[in-house]
Ligand binder design. Structure first.
Ligand code: HGY
Ligand code: MN
Ligand code: MN
Length: 427
């Protein structure tokens, strides 16, 4: 159990809040939070987090793909670890809690153990994944995929909005693109992967609960679409003779929205990015690129929806004589959270005096990759109005404190599965 003298002079929540603000100030945009993969801002954030990890008594390093990794040894060095983590990259114009809350809370828990000189029968590792959002190179979970050895090397050739390849961006960041394999961990090294994250939805607030247990992380399919028609003079080309790529895209977006709105089982579809060329008021758009993000409570339902929506987009392109290029840039299956981990989280929530509530995650998380080498557990923390991927994203410090206390209890009372820790390690 958490030792009675674990009470801090300043609550864990206050320490976490201070660091959220400090990290949240590192951005490529003034007045907004945008910290994308392999940017100089990500490097600045990495250095800050590595310093926090070392202050908490961990050895810490940047791994081969840019994740920040800290290790707090157990009673005997070299034991398998309970891995805690989340991501430290952000979307554009982001909130400051999505990702960093999990990394900073995990560090705060280790710092608390370290202050008390407490060592456990297993090591604790904290990882800040460098690219969960997939903002820069379309594909996502790049950091956690490198850790699980499932990184797709073809992503190295994808280019960002400025035409910079991931390969070149890694080199500029000081990393070796041919060395990403060094970040991979073996299944036996991890006892489990636990992530604390803001809910990014309104359910816990509606239940009037500060924390909840995640049942599963919804799968997602991301597609990149390009419609090519014919640019032309806005004043002289009759409407009937146009092959307007932007008008065609607008019809596609309407069809996607309509399809998802009329779906009765939780399908959601988003077109988050669009770029029309040549982009002049008096020119009929000849080429439009846009993205599609589709999610559903089950993989089967999502895959069926993807197929139906692709058929509709193909029909619109054909009727409008537009050339369609449509590629799946990212596909993640639904990741179930492990019952044995949910149980241990439930015990900790109960011990903190709160009722236990389970809920699915509509948002994606690194656990979707980590499930390839470890069982996954997730703790959700209430966020105001369920707002996320928005600068108004906010967590009350009292809830951050509760999340930290629950995570600390899970850590200190963690029971690996039978046989995970060999006798000589447990003594
Ligand atoms: O898109 C997501 O669900 C996550 O925030 N990356
Ligand atoms: Mn996010
Ligand atoms: Mn996130």
């Amino acid at each position: 159990m958490v030792a009675g003298n674990a009470v801090q002079t300043t609550s864990l929540g206050e320490e976490i809040g201070r660091r959220i603000n400090e990290l949240g100030a590192i951005s490529e945009e003034v007045g907004k939070l945008t910290r994308i993969y392999l940017s100089k801002e990500l490097r600045e954030a990495a250095d800050l987090i590595l310093g926090w990890m070392r202050e908490a008594g961990m050895s810490a390093h940047l791994d081969a793909i840019g994740n920040v990794c800290g290790r707090y040894e157990g009673e005997r060095p070299g034991a398998p670890c309970l891995m805690l983590g989340s991501h430290y990259d952000t979307v554009r114009d982001a909130g400051k809690w999505d990702g960093p809350l999990g990394v900073i809370t995990a560090i705060a828990c280790v710092a608390d153990l370290n202050r008390r000189g407490k060592r456990l029968p297993f090591a604790i590792e904290v990882v800040g994944f460098a690219d969960e959002e997939g903002v820069r190179f379309a594909s996502t979970l790049l950091g956690s995929r490198a850790v699980t050895g499932t990184f797709d090397e073809s992503v190295l050739n994808t280019r960002d909005r400025d035409g910079v390849s991931m390969r070149d961006a890694l080199i500029r960041f000081g990393l070796d693109p041919d060395h990403i394999g060094a970040a991979a961990r073996a299944r036996g090294e991890l006892l489990a992967y636990l992530e604390l994250h803001i809910e990014q939805g309104p359910v816990l607030e509606a239940q009037n609960l500060p924390v909840g247990i995640v049942t599963a992380i919804a799968g997602a399919t991301r597609l990149a679409a390009r419609l090519t028609g014919m640019a032309g003079h806005a004043g002289t080309v009759p409407m009937a003779l146009r092959r307007d790529a932007l008008a065609g895209t607008a019809e596609c977006i309407g069809a996607i929205e309509q399809f998802c709105r009329t779906d009765a089982s939780g399908l959601v579809g988003t077109v988050g990015y669009i770029h029309a060329k040549p982009g002049a008021t008096n020119v009929i758009p000849g080429e439009v690129s846009f993205t599609i993000d589709l999610r559903a409570p089950t993989d089967m339902h999502r895959k069926r929806a993807v197929a139906d929506i692709v058929r509709q987009i193909e029909a619109i392109a054909k009727r409008r004589q537009l050339v369609l290029q449509l590629d799946v840039t990212h596909e993640n299956r639904t990741a179930p959270c492990a019952p044995w981990l949910k149980e241990q989280i439930a015990k900790a929530i109960g011990a903190e005096g709160f009722s236990v509530f389970e809920l699915p995650s509509g948002a994606g998380h690194d656990g979707m990759a980590m499930i390839d080498i470890a069982d996954v557990g997730m703790i959700f923390v209430r966020c105001r109005g369920g707002i996320s991927h928005h600068p108004d994203e906010h967590v009350e410090l009292a809830d951050a404190d509760t999340g930290a206390r629950v995570l600390l209890r899970v850590i200190e009372n963690f029971r690996p599965r039978d046989g995970q820790l060999s006798p000589q390690v447990t003594g």
